[in-house]
Design a protein around this ligand. Structure first.
Ligand code: PLP
Length: 867
């Protein structure tokens, strides 16, 4: 028999244990071990069998047990303590209230297409989602007033298993929102028992169709997460499926998802604030280009006269820009989100569609690749992201640099170094990713990780070596057991009988050097680099004195046949009888697998093709658990590898032939493991402790611990982006006069810029042979045409010169003073430049637009250089 409909009946909790519902209803339990203990105490076996899912646990445990707990004084005491702790966590002032306060935005809306918060809410595929989850949790811990916005995918991401032959199989389990830790956002109906109508969001789509969505609310500690869902009977069938799955389907499916996320998302935030009284966000943060349409909805709000201020399109753009932050996440050009211009035009036709009233030609121009090398047939979401955000960043220093190069076409008159894209290096949420025992150990020693000091982890120096070592062994052993359990399950899914699986009990050894390697499987991550020379790998695994063991995991995109072949290669190698006790591939890499994996590894391996790893975070999670990184100098590792906190695999940058490059890098990897990593791990003193290894573990924690924490990342976002964006937004928004003025000024400056010329530059004050200590006087004669001296800044750019082109390296920029005005818009400017360094020196002069509301020299794209 098959049911035609299914839904989940939620349990009624007896009054004394009602707080269990409160604890299950806030995802803070997922990073709070004491709350997990309370759930475990409800029914230890069910806690495990439900995959540690409080909602399922309470649904399955049955009323007899709940009644029993209702009279269990010891349990009730723990429950009350956990509930009181949660309430305190939600209400008490935290870092943001104490140190940022009124200066900072009262609300920040954070948009992301995926969120990896806990294994029981599988709404993520990989790093982007995990990062978004960590961002929300950390915002909650620090009291940053974030509102998360995303989509609720009916299928989440796929579950991976293997066929007998090692080929990836995908399953898309159907998620029932009633069985998830979510509530429906409803209109309040004060004073009545009626729960209120569900909030309904409507968006005009192509061809006059209307897409309706409801909004689910997940509570991530203090942070509300709004998830839009289109699975409503009133939607036409193809629109009902808009939120069917994460990253699947046609381009048209994707544009609908992105319209829903960006435009529907802003409407959901407005509804949430109206209903709860939460302050309207002053800052909007788009995590990757997918949510970029949110800027269009904000422009619509500002241009309509009936419900808004009725600004011009240009003034509305200035308002939207001032408060918007855009984070780009990929250095792979093919990873940039682009649509055909025609498709966008079809959805955003004048007068109808998602943002009626916003002129279609203006809107299309926002995503146009109208620069050298751009494709005129394309609408580029990242390009729109930069145009609609006054502040933009990449996710590591190296990625910032690569992004400035990738998008320099948008600011063609400027050097790459001045392209206005900064960087904030990612971080990870320690309470989610660090083994409880590690956190408890450093807390006992007095570490205050929340305070964020650079010496927060120095307490590890006080922990004796044998304590460090036995803790690492305990974590390794836990991983070994988890691996055996997962492997047995995987093999039975692959068709093996229990009788064939005796060997699984001896897979891995809790005393062998353990290397972890888990990732998605796009080609740049090079899953199979270690298989370049299979015999060499086999020798490392089977070394008689210094063996290594490898735990590997990763999902290929369902449409990526090449990626699936790589997985199959690894699986086939790992299936071989002679090595299968030392190398395993575990299917279905997810948060639940990751949590014991990072702490259990001694070494975390990462070998992407430089510079395609924007940041990478898994190595950070390993480091916080005392794991040593063995990685290509890419992403975050390029920035923070210091020679002592792990190993750098030399990358053969510049070697054109990819096969040869792989050979070189694989050889370097084998050599490092054989000659550096394994000898150090097995080099023990008379009491059996590998002292030099333990020193490296300590150094890793001390040097990387403070940097890789998401609290550091979030403080950086607040200080460098959110607070300045709120300031710009307030400055421009209070009566919109600032925006109108700025838009008018920009348009005047742009059209008059052709009249700006540097007529002549003179310098004096340096004797025949310039020497250190001389003062160089620079004078520039500039024609401003219709512009006034207040509209511009004239600068001298000086520094060391290099090469035959006389390129200025690391130039210093200094303003020239306005000295005299002449007839006909001509002006003299002057400055002195001290020559304080010996060697080749050069300078040039340029004119830039100047306005108090600009944030970067290149913002307008206008500049005139001396010839
Ligand atoms: C951390 C994590 C990722 C992202 O790892 P990267 O190193 O950034 O690629 C992906 N999936 C899971 C389950 C993770 O925990």
């Amino acid at each position: 028999m098959r049911a035609i409909r299914r839904f989940t009946v939620r349990p009624v909790l007896p009054e004394p244990v009602a707080a269990l519902g409160e604890l299950a209803g806030n995802l803070r339990w997922s990073w709070h071990p004491e709350t997990q203990d309370v759930f475990a105490a409800v029914d230890p076996e069910r806690w495990e069998s439900t995959g540690r899912d409080p909602v399922r646990l309470l649904g399955e445990v049955g009323s007899a047990r709940l009644e029993e707990l209702s009279t269990d004084a010891a349990f009730l005491e723990r429950l009350d303590a956990a509930a009181a702790d949660l309430r305190h966590y939600l209400d008490a002032p935290r870092w943001y209230q104490r140190t940022v306060g009124e200066d900072g935005p009262q609300g920040i809306a954070y948009f992301s297409p995926e969120y990896g918060i806990t294994a029981v809410l599988p709404q993520y595929s990989g790093g982007l989602g995990i990062l978004a989850g960590d961002h929300l949790k950390t915002a909650s811990d620090l009291g940053v007033p974030l509102i998360g916005v995303g989509l609720l995918y009916r299928h989440g991401y796929f579950r991976q298993s293997l066929s007998r032959e090692g080929w990836q199989q995908e399953r898309y389990p159907v998620l029932d929102p009633d069985g998830l830790p979510l509530t429906l956002l409803r209109e309040v109906s004060t004073g009545s028992t009626d729960p209120g109508e569900p909030v309904r969001i409507e968006i005009g789509m192509a061809g006059g169709q209307t897409l309706a969505a409801r909004v689910f609310l997940a509570r991530v500690g203090r942070v509300p997460l709004l998830l839009l869902d289109t699975d409503l009977e009133e939607n036409p069938a193809e629109l009902r499926e808009v939120t069917d799955r994460l990253y699947g389907g046609t381009t048209e499916h994707r544009i609908r998802q992105e319209i829903l996320l960006g435009i529907g998302g802003v409407r959901a935030v407005r509804a949430y604030c109206r209903i709860t009284g939460a302050p309207a966000p002053e800052v909007f943060h788009t995590n990757e280009g997918h949510a970029g349409f949110l800027g269009l909805e904000r422009i619509r709000e500002l241009t309509v006269a009936e419900s808004g201020p009725g600004l011009s399109f240009e003034a509305a753009v200035e308002v939207a820009r001032a408060g918007t932050v855009f984070t780009t996440h990929t250095p792979v050009p093919a990873g940039i989100d682009r649509f055909s211009r025609d498709l966008v035009a079809q959805y955003f036709a004048d007068g109808e569609g998602p943002v009626p009233g916003v002129p279609a030609d203006r809107l299309l121009a926002l995503g146009a690749e109208d620069y050298d090398g751009g494709d005129p047939g394309v609408f580029n979401m990242a390009v729109m992201g930069f145009r609609l955000a006054q502040r933009a960043n990449g996710v590591s220093q190296l990625h910032g640099e690569v992004s400035r190069g990738m998008f320099s076409g948008l600011w063609p008159a400027f050097d790459e170094t001045e392209v206005p894209i900064g960087s904030i290096t990612n971080g990870v949420h320690a309470p989610t990713w660090v083994a409880r025992e590690v956190l408890e150990l450093v807390a006992r020693e007095g570490a205050d990780l929340d305070a964020g000091g650079p010496d927060a982890w120095d307490v590890v120096d006080r922990v004796p070596g044998d304590v460090v070592w036995s803790l690492k062994r305990q974590l390794r052993e836990r991983l070994v057991h988890d691996v055996r359990r997962r492997l047995a399950k995987s093999w039975s899914e692959r068709g093996a009988t229990p009788a064939e699986l005796g060997w699984v009990d001896d897979v891995l050894d809790p005393d062998v050097l353990t290397i972890g390697f888990a990732r998605r499987v796009p080609s740049y991550k090079r899953l199979t680099l270690m298989l370049r020379d299979p015999e060499r790998l086999r020798a490392l695994l089977l070394h008689p004195e210094r063996p290594v063991q490898l735990v590997i995991a990763g999902k290929a995109h369902p449409a990526d046949e090449g990626g699936k072949r790589l997985i199959q290669e690894i699986v086939r190698f790992a299936d071989a009888e002679d090595v299968r006790h030392r190398i395993v591939f575990l299917p279905n890499y997810d948060i639940a697998m990751a949590q014991p994996l990072y702490p259990g590894c001694d070494v975390w391996l990462n070998n992407p093709l430089r510079p395609y790893e924007a940041c990478g975070t898994s190595g950070m999670k390993a480091a916080l658990n005392g794991g040593l990184n063995l990685s290509i100098l890419d992403g975050w590792w390029d920035e923070w590898y210091d020679g002592e906190n792990g190993w750098a695999i030399p990358s053969a940058d510049g070697v054109e032939d990819p096969d040869r490059r792989d050979d070189l890098e694989a050889t370097a990897l084998y050599e490092l493991i054989e000659n550096e990593v394994a000898p150090r791990f097995y080099d023990t003193s008379h009491d059996g402790l590998p002292l030099r290894w333990i020193e490296m573990v300590r150094h890793t924690l001390k040097s990387l611990g403070p940097k890789v924490l998401a609290t550091r990342m979030l403080r950086d976002y607040v200080r460098d982006l959110y607070v300045p964006a709120a300031r710009s937004a307030r400055d421009i928004n209070h009566d919109f006069a600032g925006a109108v003025e700025l838009a008018g000024w920009k348009s005047r400056v742009r059209s008059a810029w052709d009249g700006v010329r540097i007529d002549h530059v003179d310098s004096a004050g340096v004797s025949d042979v310039a020497q250190v200590g001389d003062q160089l006087s620079v004078t520039a004669y500039v024609s401003l045409g219709e512009l006034a001296p207040e509209d511009v800044e004239v600068q001298v750019v000086h520094g060391r010169v290099r090469g035959t082109e006389d390129t200025l390296a690391d130039p210093v920029v200094a303003p020239l003073e306005h000295a005299e005005a002449y007839e006909g818009g001509r002006h003299r400017y002057a400055a002195t430049v001290p020559l304080d360094r010996a060697g080749p020196f050069g300078y040039t002069v340029r004119v830039l637009p100047r306005h108090a509301r600009l944030t970067a020299p290149a913002e307008l794209g206008c500049v005139t250089w001396a010839e």
